[in-house]
Design a protein around this ligand. Structure first.
Ligand code: FAD
Ligand code: NAP
Length: 561
């Protein structure tokens, strides 16, 4: 196999200040949207900060996921920072859902506009972080063999940043190019004249398949589990549409933060799916289908709670698939039946189902006919050989905990975070884990995170962390730590709320179900971004209730076991 690696050596690393081994107030790991905004806030507090980023540029998700068709699934006028009104007023999004290159350009624009690069060290992985209980400081080692210390470490490592290579026999012996959607090369990939195989049918495949199909001689899609997808109805954004958002940004952003469950501005449903008769319900689904996008799922208020209600939406989408896909057997295979709609992040597509009407596209059901092995020039599944020149792995991520787990993090008493999380991640508010003082996580497990418009959740966490470290400085606190009791209660609450929904019924990456051996726990907090924000604000207003604050003179309030 010759797996294509991203091209390195971007000029961005050259613009970063040469970093000397020294002590910082804060080390931030990752320079995606979370790490960039964290740095901006720390600068505002006049704290010294160093950001380490393993890639050669900013943008995180949008730096790595350069596959054909990659674009956001939350509309760009909302999938963008809100912290600077000048920024949101000046940036022109070209389409309803901007393509990956434009989102990456935006990330670079933000880095330049706020002069972030001097404090970011690119091409540098954080390998370990060890807490010194005497000094109340973290010692952080990096892939260039250097070490720095910091009072605080912020993990802005991303929930979907650890691309997962599937363990398939023969993969290493494949003679063609192998691409993972989550680690796509920087140089353009041209599939013209090639027989291409795509493994996986999640969001990344659903976006890339229609584009690859236009280039490839033949495209074979290997599907294990069919997924629900709603048309994006992507289109250029007019100046008027942009202006409407810009004028109303204060209310749109407020609503997304405080009232929307998922951080997206849209109408709030006031009734359940079974409160309407068949015709009324169908016409509401049809209107949302025509409008396109993620808000399909917010037409009713009980689709995530009541299976019978959920079935009405799932049936509607299955019927649409049957209408679009001409071959009835292919249509049947593409109709998801294994999970309630929305319990895996719903996909947003441009012509995904219609792509299977093309003569050069074949769908192979690898649920009934599992992949046996990758051959040097193809793939064998269900006893049949498929000839392939290039292979695209759209096989997803070790989500939410994968990138954190790759860093060796030692907290109190030498305990590692991986040891503590062996049976599933445990956090208080998704922000901190008991036994790991002064270590913050942005959009960590136990927070709404991946169930939301993530920029809304990122900004909320960054602001909370920045306010918290400013409070500690103002009050002379040296260290802060989640109390175990508060953490246990929060973990129980996260699980209780999840159990009232249909989400745990799906074998999703939310549950860790895509990684063999990973504990099955519903990782994000499903209580909604508005209520969650209120809880975090209340905790802060109560003097950071549930967190032990430790000053140089005071003994610790609690002892982690
Ligand atoms: P990331 O963007 O993942 O950045 C984390 C960074 O940390 C990465 O650059 C990584 O290299 C770096 N890093 C990790 N570990 C280390 C280490 N040990 N040392 C140094 N650096 C490290 N969300 C939405 O809300 N709407 C969308 O439309 C949307 N579309 C998406 C499309 C794709 C293809 C994917 C994969 C995800 C999408 N998401 C979307 C989720 C997306 O991940 C978030 O919206 C957001 O970009 C996350 O930002 P982040 O900074 O938290 O993490
Ligand atoms: P994913 O949703 O986890 O999908 C991975 C796919 O690969 C699934 O179909 C899975 O099948 C299949 N797969 C994994 N291992 C396999 C194996 N060994 N053999 C055969 N099939 C295998 O990953 P993703 O598509 O990259 O998306 C992850 C998340 O990123 C999304 O849910 C979304 O949050 C975000 N994202 C968003 C967008 C967007 O629209 N803006 C685009 C891409 C990604 P099973 O389901 O059977 O496991």
């Amino acid at each position: 196999m010759s797996a294509v690696q991203p091209v390195s050596g971007s000029s961005q690393s050259a613009t970063s200040q040469a970093y000397d081994s020294r002590a910082y107030d804060v080390v931030v790991v990752g320079a995606g949207f979370a790490g960039m905004y964290m740095l901006h806030r720390l600068r505002g507090l006049r704290m010294t900060a160093r950001v380490f980023e393993q890639g050669d540029g900013v943008g995180g998700t949008w730096y790595w996921n350069r596959y054909p068709g990659a674009r956001c699934d939350v509309e760009s006028m909302q999938y963008s920072y809100s912290f600077s009104d000048e920024l949101q007023q000046e940036w022109d999004w070209s389409e309803r859902y901007a393509p990956q290159p434009e989102i990456l350009k935006y990330a670079n624009h933000v880095a330049d506009r706020f002069n972030l690069r001097p404090d970011i060290q690119f091409h540098t992985r954080v390998e370990s972080a060890v807490f010194d209980e005497t000094a109340n400081r973290w010692s952080v080692t990096t892939s260039d063999g250097k070490a720095v210390t910091a009072k605080f470490v912020v993990l802005a490592t991303g929930c979907l940043s650890n691309a997962r290579m599937p363990d398939i026999k023969g993969l290493a012996g494949f003679k063609g190019q192998v691409y993972h959607t989550g680690n796509w090369p920087h140089a353009p990939v041209d599939f013209t004249g090639l027989r291409v195989g795509v493994i996986g049918t999640g969001s990344s495949a659903i976006q890339s398949v229609p584009v690859i199909a236009e280039q490839a001689t033949h495209l074979t899609v290997f599907q294990r589990t069919a997924n629900f997808s709603i048309p994006a109805r992507n289109a250029p954004l007019s100046a008027d549409e942009r202006e409407r958002f810009r004028k109303n940004y204060p209310e749109i952003r407020r609503f997304a933060r405080e009232e929307a469950r998922n951080g997206i501005y849209t109408e709030l449903p006031d009734r359940g799916a079974l409160d309407d008769g068949d015709n009324e319900r169908r016409s509401k689904y049809e209107a949302r289908w025509q409008r396109g996008g993620l808000t399909f799922m917010s037409v009713y208020n009980n689709l995530a709670l009541d299976k019978a209600a959920n079935d009405t939406a799932a049936d509607f989408v299955r019927a649409k698939i049957a209408q679009i896909v001409k071959d009835p057997d292919t249509a049947r295979l593409l109709q998801p039946n294994s999970h309630p709609i929305g319990t895996k992040r719903i996909c947003i597509d441009t012509d995904y189902f219609a792509t299977f009407n093309r003569p050069n596209v074949t769908l192979v059901d690898i649920k009934s006919n599992p992949i046996e092995e990758i051959l040097p020039h193809g793939l064998r599944a269900g006893g049949k050989d498929y000839e392939i020149d290039a292979l695209v792995l759209a096989t997803g991520f070790d989500a939410m905990t994968g990138s954190v787990a790759k860093i060796e993090i030692h907290g109190r008493n030498g305990q590692t975070l991986n040891q503590k999380w062996a049976e599933g991640p445990k956090t208080y508010l998704g922000l901190m884990s008991a036994g790991f003082p002064n270590l913050f996580i942005i959009t960590g497990p136990g927070s709404p995170s991946v169930l939301s418009n993530m920029i809304v959740s990122i900004e909320q966490h960054v602001d909370w962390i920045a306010d918290c470290v400013a409070y500690m400085r103002a009050h002379g606190f040296e260290a802060m730590e989640a109390e175990r009791e508060a953490e246990d209660k929060w973990v129980a609450h996260v699980n209780e709320v999840a159990a009232t929904t249909l989400y745990p019924q799906a074998n999703s990456w939310y549950m860790g179900a895509n990684i063999p051996g990973k504990p099955r726990i519903f990782m994000p907090y499903i209580g909604g971004v508005g209520p969650y924000r209120q809880i975090c604000n209340d905790v802060a207003a109560e003097g950071y209730e549930g967190f032990a604050m430790i000053s140089a003179e005071q003994p610790r309030k609690m002892v982690a076991s």
